[in-house]
Design a protein around this ligand. Sequence first.
Ligand code: NAP
Length: 280
Amino acid sequence: MAGEFKLAGVMGWPIAQSRSPILHNYWIEKYNLNGRYVPLAVQPERLADAIRGLPALGFRGCNLTMPHKQLAMTMVDSVTDTAKRIGAINCIVVGDEGKMSGTNNDGNGYVLSVQEIAPRWKPSDGPIAILGAGGAARAVVVALLERGAQEIRLINRTFEKAERLAREFGRAITPLAWDRRADVISDVALLTNATNQGMIGKPKLDISLDRLSKATLVSDLIYVPPETAFLAAAKERGNVTINGLGMLLHQARPAFEAWFGILPDITADLRKTIMDTFKT
Ligand code: NAP
């Protein structure tokens, strides 16, 4: 272990649930780096003070998680166009003279997680159906549009939220009412659950897959549990399925590289290490 000590972390409130410290410290140890990634419990009203303090404390940067992703965007020196479109940042990099830049790797992480399982799939391949229109859905929509998606069916319980996204992002987005969800997925290339339904402690996602083609890739942003009832039902029908762990891992790689100078690998052992932390 050599060189200057490098520090990064994740700000959230609460923060104990975040697996990012386990993930980044796994890589720090694997690559024998002199550094640490720490959980930072920051109350929303202290966020500006905490962000302003990063350069003085010697941080290379940090991740942001709930509920800071939107507000933090207004507290850094520059924000990438992608993050502006998403309306949130999940990563800060401290640069020369303490200047802070904000990025959002969530949507890119999602696309890479699908391509890891289905390397030939492209967002432009065919219609995409997304269930949900919250913060995560927004990041996914932006990444898909930036990579050529032509038709995204956005199906949300609160229809007005899907409509708002369609107005903002244009004609490639078709907002659809929640009660149409089973009818509008028959011909899609990719079907994604971006709601919180199916997460541990929540009811399972209520959708019939009877009309789904076997060729449709089916993904869920959830990774606790690793296989939601929705993914299990799709797999049972013969569809290829993708859970949300890949999104978490793929968004972390470029952040780690920006802070620690190495683009780290995603391995089966890393996946197991993260998932083992959810075992009781
Ligand atoms: P959010 O902004 O709170 O959005 C929640 C979404 O779930 C909204 O579309 C909401 O619909 C919908 N929903 C809630 N209850 C519902 C119900 N009973 N029936 C149907 N829809 C319902 O949350 P988020 O940040 O977008 O997160 C969404 C999911 O993505 C979570 O499970 C989260 O864990 C996951 N996620 C994963 C990653 C990753 O790295 N894998 C990253 C971020 C998020 P309404 O608009 O009608 O309320």
